[in-house]
Design a protein around this ligand. Structure first.
Ligand SMILES: *[C@@H]1O[C@H](CO)[C@@H](O)[C@H](O)[C@H]1NC(C)=O
Ligand SMILES: *[C@@H]1O[C@H](CO)[C@@H](O)[C@H](O)[C@H]1NC(C)=O
Ligand SMILES: *[C@@H]1O[C@H](CO)[C@@H](O)[C@H](O)[C@H]1NC(C)=O
Ligand SMILES: *[C@@H]1O[C@H](CO)[C@@H](O)[C@H](O)[C@H]1NC(C)=O
Ligand SMILES: *[C@@H]1O[C@H](CO)[C@@H](O)[C@H](O)[C@H]1NC(C)=O
Ligand SMILES: *[C@@H]1O[C@H](CO)[C@@H](O)[C@H](O)[C@H]1NC(C)=O
Ligand SMILES: *[C@@H]1O[C@H](CO)[C@@H](O)[C@H](O)[C@H]1NC(C)=O
Ligand SMILES: *[C@@H]1O[C@H](CO)[C@@H](O)[C@H](O)[C@H]1NC(C)=O
Ligand SMILES: *[C@@H]1O[C@H](CO)[C@@H](O)[C@H](O)[C@H]1NC(C)=O
Length: 618
């Protein structure tokens, strides 16, 4: 990670004028999410890697730039910002920086232990628990999850009053966010009739959709490439852009499995299995051998799905896999041996990506991990969302899975605000207005919103409305009309009709083939839809870059104005969940499949790089 370390700050001069014993006031409380149990008190010498987010100087200016460069017809359309331009907008005020530095100095924190992000809007420092508890006037405990995960957290923290306006969030404190992958395996998948798969491999690129896509069979690259029309497209500028995927939670991408997959379904791409890059961030695992524990708990299924799908569809566009560590802390009692591994993986990944120079950024990033929005504090969600905006302004397209449980998994749709009220459960980061949320379809001719009950809970496309982020302007022309026409008074009180609505679009998500642990498996989820959609957009970027045009960048302002015309409207199904039938698919935008599924050649045409009618229009 690229950090800028300030070595020249004089501690004593700063400490001299600082209010060392200022009165603390509560800055934030957030309920501990279900599934977590408070256990032992943290040892005073345990180490915390404290991440302090300073209030950004001009986020409104950044947001305005983001929309200007992402909105067709605006004079700045496509003129993505450089790293330096972004940093200049978001850098904290000198007052904020000085106040925070004085506060740290007042606690005896020497400046050469302090790290700053490029824009200095993040300050990171490793400290013993005892110091952090004094600084934040709080008590840390270990919290243990039902699944055995352990985190060092506190549900409430305070700051001296004069710092409240300068600091947006501090973590790890209140966020129990654990990005969970969105993949579903059929119950008893070991008996799945996978011998049928071979039949879907076509002998010629001109196969009809019916010949390669068949609901009784599994989804292979040939089906997706034929269905969405990329099969005749030749990548033109593979050295000029690349695509990326995220691994969290110890997920891995096994090269030998990818090799088997590509050999079977995209033989010309086989070498890519050994060539894609794996980057470890914050100790993220990149191992290549599944242990017996891995095969027992399915580690690598998500990572393999993402990598295999993207290479199978978008080869020879290079792929980079980012593996970010930071979920299950290594609990080292008594020893101040450096940071524990219990910090926030999303923020770590974002800090890493934002520190890269412009030419090292991917054109598209696929992320199949999310968590119920209510499990994270607003301050954290809000800052992570701003960081997505920074990436969008720099021209990166960010796609996130919308979730696999419709409006929420039945049995879990309970508010954590102390009332236990029934509530739908939108998924973050999909609900951030600066990213693109991907739902799932199934079947062909026509495609419908997915419904598959071969799982412990049915697989339906995640859809709904944020409780944290208001509806962005680009949704004003479609979402309120959808609600009044197709939802009416249904579900009143269960969701926030004024919130950012998801998803934005959709792609096939059921019964994808993957190789894992050396053999074929079937896998479903918006976890499949998201890498599929990401690969298709990586191909669009290839056509744009080859023609000397700007990359897609933040998709939504284009999608909701002209882009939607290049998507096939999905008309049936719903985001069933929370023991309701959820929001219905409907003409135009809907809260289950967004604008629908892509037609590649029409996207190229709308972007002014069409021309080859034979790309696969059907
Ligand atoms: C493939 O489709 C194109 C356009 O429809 C047609 O001209 C060509 O003859 C077809 N090729 C084969 C091998 O069927
Ligand atoms: C789908 O596959 C099944 C089983 O192989 C076959 O019976 C059926 O005819 C196929 N459907 C189409 C539309 O090709
Ligand atoms: C466009 O079509 C021509 C003729 O079919 C083909 O040679 C060329 O490779 C195609 N271009 C792309 C970018 O696919
Ligand atoms: C496998 O899991 C068990 C039970 O959680 C644990 O005790 C063991 O250390 C793990 N083995 C490895 C190699 O990680
Ligand atoms: C994984 O592969 C090993 C070696 O082929 C095999 O023994 C084991 O049963 C497999 N595990 C699963 C869960 O498929
Ligand atoms: C779902 O709703 C039905 C009827 O309204 C009710 O009987 C059932 O208990 C509910 N199930 C859950 C899991 O809430
Ligand atoms: C909410 O549910 C939890 C867990 O079932 C229970 O302990 C708590 O008392 C409930 N609170 C209210 C206000 O009903
Ligand atoms: C708690 O959450 C429910 C469901 O989202 C909402 O209707 C209610 O107003 C909230 N109550 C409080 C006190 O925040
Ligand atoms: C996935 O495949 C299984 C097994 O053939 C089938 O029962 C199920 O309906 C399929 N799901 C979808 C959504 O097509």
């Amino acid at each position: 990670m690229k950090w800028h370390t300030l070595l020249l700050v004089s501690i004593t001069s700063l400490a001299a004028g600082s209010p060392v014993k200022a009165r603390h006031e509560v800055k934030e409380s957030h309920p501990v999410p279900r599934g977590w149990r408070r256990t032992s008190r943290a040892h005073p010498a345990d180490s915390i890697s404290l991440q302090i987010a300073l209030e950004q100087g001009d986020f409104a200016g950044l947001e305005q730039s983001l929309y200007e460069v992402s909105t067709p017809d605006h004079p700045r359309y496509g003129q993505h910002l450089s790293a330096a331009e972004v940093h200049d907008l978001i850098k904290p005020s000198e007052d904020a920086l000085a106040a925070v530095q004085a506060w740290l100095a007042g606690h005896g924190i020497v400046s050469d232990h302090v790290q700053y992000s490029e824009a200095k809007d993040w300050v990171t420092v490793s400290l013993p628990v005892a110091t952090v508890e004094r600084m934040l006037d709080t008590n840390y405990h270990y919290y243990v999850h039902d699944d055995g995960s352990k985190l060092l957290r506190t549900p409430q923290w305070s700051l001296p009053q004069h710092l409240h306006e300068h600091i947006s969030t501090i973590q790890p404190t209140t966020s129990f966010f654990r990005p969970q992958h969105r993949r579903k395996l059929p119950i008893g998948h070991e008996t799945f009739p996978i011998e049928n798969i071979v039949a879907t491999v076509p002998s010629a690129v001109n196969s009809s959709i019916a010949a390669v896509c068949n609901s009784t069979l599994l989804v292979t690259p040939d089906c997706i490439r034929t269905l969405y029309g990329t099969i005749n497209y030749k990548v033109q500028a593979a050295d000029k852009s690349f695509m990326a995927l995220n691994d969290f939670l110890g997920e891995v991408n096994i090269r030998t499995d990818a090799e088997l997959y590509l050999e079977a379904y995209r033989p010309e791409a086989e070498a890519a299995a050994q060539q894609f890059s794996q980057i470890s961030i914050n100790g993220g695992t990149v191992h290549q051998k599944l242990t017996s524990n891995d095969t027992e708990d399915g580690t690598g299924e998500e990572g393999n799905l993402d990598a295999q799908t993207m290479m199978g569809l978008a080869w020879p566009i290079p792929l980079v896999a980012y593996s970010t560590g930071g979920v299950n802390p290594t609990y080292i009692e008594d020893a101040y041996t450096g940071p524990t591994d219990s910090d926030e993986p999303y923020i770590r990944w974002l800090q890493y990506l934002l520190s890269l120079p412009d030419n090292a950024l991917p054109s598209v990033v696929s992320t199949s991990y999310d968590d119920d929005e209510q499990t994270l504090p607003f301050s954290y969600a809000s800052r992570a969302c701003s960081m997505f905006a920074e990436l969008g302004a720099r021209g990166v397209t960010l796609l996130f899975a919308s979730g696999d449980d419709g409006v929420g998994a039945t049995g879990y749709c309970v508010s954590n605000n102390g009332t236990n009220a029934t509530t739908f459960l939108p998924e973050f980061p999909s609900t951030c207005p600066y990213v693109t949320s991907v739902g799932a379809t199934a079947h062909y001719n026509p495609e419908v919103a997915v419904y598959d009950d071969h799982f412990s809970s049915p697989f339906t496309s995640g859809g709904g409305f944020s409780n944290y982020f208001p509806r962005p302007a680009y949704q004003d022309a479609s979402v309120p009309a959808y609600l009044s026409k197709y939802v009416g008074e249904n579900y009143a009180g269960f969701y926030n009709p004024a919130g950012r609505a998801v998803p934005d679009l959709a792609a096939q998500g059921s019964n994808f083939t993957i190789y894992w642990n050396g053999s074929l498996h079937a896998i479903s989820g918006t976890s499949a839809s998201t890498p599929a959609m990401s690969a298709i957009l990586a191909l669009v970027n290839d056509a744009l870059v080859a023609a000397g045009k700007a990359k897609l960048g933040f998709l939504n302002p284009w999608l909701y104005s002209t882009g939607r015309k290049a998507f096939t409207d999905i008309l049936s199904g719903s985001s069933a969940g929370c023991n309701t039938s959820g929001f219905p698919a409907a003409p135009g935008w809907d809260a289950v499949t967004g604008w629908g599924t892509p037609r590649f050649s029409d996207i190229l045409e709308l972007r002014g790089v069409g021309g080859n009618a034979s790309y696969g229009k059907h």
